[in-house]
Ligand binder design. Structure first.
Ligand code: UD1
Ligand code: CA
Length: 511
């Protein structure tokens, strides 16, 4: 067994990525939950490197800021001018003179690379005691890539760039993936001797191989089983192709883990998302960021979840959620919008055209239709009438509304915060609630209705409405066929879709 080597990871991320035509540095483009460079760092993570160096240049400040977030242990090394991949590795090692052992170099734009493959490359390299080992792949179309040139015995001779290759070399389909393992000391030796005598006038890292070969050092080639892993990203067409490939990989993994994806081609799951067994994801659904979907939950169709946790057995249909929590057995949508810190307890319901922000909705409570709930706490088993607004903002500050448990608020209510509705309280339909409603009380805050008898017959004579009224009144002008106004003690509650309770005559509830 060879001695365990100290490992250093060097990620090359200074290039501009001209063909992306973007103000964002290429390595910061997102791909299903990580940036390109984030994927590469993730692939190198299990190596347990003592140091991680990231060579930055184009958009260095942006790349540094991103690294501080995703890999605070990594050191950025600034490459002011992009003088080639060899130059980039050279300055990285100059910035870390103490580095010995194995140096693993990864191009920053190879996002489908799997940690297992990097691990196998490094194990092969260290096992052979090689001076350098390159990850290679057989590809259907090698255009633009460096070719692996072997001698008659099949040993690596050199790596030749597309633009420096002979016709015979161009026909080779074995390519350099841009992922390498080196012995630090021998790499340092040759890096100082790189020439710029090539079509691009750059220091090519790939030239290290022919230099080591001619010095009689052992070099190796490790072939990737699946060439897809080695695909680079140079423009947005390639980025989209990589996204589809990664989607398929992620989806296959979840289906094999017991998750049903009804339409995998329209299901986009970030690599950072977790799903439990028997979850069902219907078509046109995106699960992003730190989202988690519990066992047996049903998500979709047409759902986007961002950093949202959905409990077991919950249902989310045609909705958009960001930073929300949906409790076990809760139900959301169709057409709901859950914003940050919307928290639904178990079996709570947020229905159609309902927006919820920074609010807790207690167990079994329902907000069924056409409502905005902002900065509120709703207790258990309460029902919020349709078309209500939690008026949380006075133009300067946000205030909270508290609704107790087993409360039933009427349709078309405004809760002007700060305000509280007690346990078991009711509010009347059409109320603007500006004062607290004590437990068990009925809060009524609306103008009383007045009917002006015969108004249409007099003021709109000859219209279809007047004729209809005349027919209804049996020709006896002005004589009402129904009582025009209710007596004292009228039923005034107007809750939406009830949680038990019988609608009463005159109830203005919605269904
Ligand atoms: C490189 C390889 C090629 C290989 C291909 C795989 C060389 C000379 N060629 O070519 O054999 O098939 O990758 O994708 O290495 N970078 C820097 N500083 C620089 C130049 C590049 O940090 O001065 C970074 C880039 O940001 C990028 C990576 O190095 O992440 C590769 O550079 P790129 O210009 O894309 O190399 P290729 O021409 O694709
Ligand atoms: Ca490239």
């Amino acid at each position: 067994m060879p001695e365990p080597q100290t490992r250093t990871v060097v990620v090359l991320a200074a290039g501009e990525g001209k063909r992306m035509k973007s103000s964002l540095p290429k390595v910061l483009h997102p791909l299903l939950g990580r940036t390109l460079v984030g994927h590469v760092l993730n692939a190198a993570d299990p190596l347990g490197a003592a140091r991680t160096l990231v060579v930055v240049g184009h958009g260095a400040d942006q790349v540094r800021a991103h690294l501080a977030g995703i890999a605070p242990e990594a050191t950025a090394v600034h490459q002011a001018e992009q003088l080639g991949t060899g130059h980039a590795v050279r300055i990285a090692l100059e910035a870390a003179p103490e580095v010995t052992g194995t140096v693993v170099v990864l191009n920053g734009d190879v996002p489908l690379l799997r940690p297992e493959t990097v691990g196998e490359l490094v194990a092969a390299h260290e096992g052979e005691g090689a001076a350098a080992t390159v990850l290679a792949a057989e590809v259907p179309d090698p255009t633009g890539l460096g070719r692996i040139v072997r001698d008659a015995a099949g040993r690596l001779e050199q790596i030749v760039e597309q633009r420096d290759a002979t016709a015979a070399q161009l026909a080779l389909r074995e390519i350099n993936a841009g992922i390498y393992a080196f012995d630090a000391a021998r790499l340092r030796d040759v890096l100082g001797k790189l020439s710029t005598d090539n079509d691009q006038g750059e220091e090519y890292l790939t030239d290290v191989f022919k230099m080591l070969v001619s010095a009689g050092e052992p070099v190796g080639v490790h072939l990737a089983v699946d060439h897809i892993e080695t695909l680079g990203c140079n423009d947005r067409v390639e980025l989209a192709a990589l996204r589809r490939l990664l989607r398929d990989r992620v989806n296959e993994r979840w289906m094999r883990a017991g998750v049903s994806l009804l339409d995998p081609e329209t299901t986009w799951i970030d690599v950072t998302v977790a799903l439990d067994r028997d979850a069902v994801v219907d078509q046109n659904t995106q699960l992003r960021g730190g989202s988690v979907v519990g066992a047996g939950a049903v998500i979709g169709p047409d759902v986007t979840l961002i950093d949202t946790v959905v409990g077991p057995g919950a249902t989310v249909v045609r909705s958009h959620a960001v930073g929300a929590e949906v409790g076990p057995g809760a139900s959301v949508g169709p057409y709901a919008y859950l914003r940050p810190d919307a928290r639904l307890a178990e079996r709570a319901k947020v229905g159609t055209f309902v927006e919820v922000k920074n609010s807790e909705i207690g167990a079994g409570s329902k907000v069924p239709h056409l409502t905005y709930v902002g900065d509120a706490t709703i207790g258990e088993q309460s029902n919020i009438g349709a078309a209500s607004v939690f008026v949380n903002y006075d133009g300067a500050r946000k205030h909270r509304t508290v609704i107790g448990s087993h409360a039933r608020t009427g349709a078309d209510n405004m809760f002007v915060a700060p305000v509280e509705v007690g346990d078991g309280a009711y509010t009347a339909a059409g109320s603007v609630i500006i004062e607290n409603v004590p437990a068990g009380a009925m809060g009524v805050a609306r103008a009383r209705q007045r009917n002006i008898e015969g108004w249409v017959l007099k003021r709109r004579a000859g219209t279809a409405a007047a004729e209809a009224a005349e027919r209804a009144l049996g020709g006896t002008q002005g004589a009402p066929v129904v009582p025009s106004s209710a007596s004292e003690g009228e039923p005034i509650h107007g809750g939406a879709e009830s949680v038990g309770g019988t609608p009463e005559p005159g109830d203005t509830a919605t269904e």
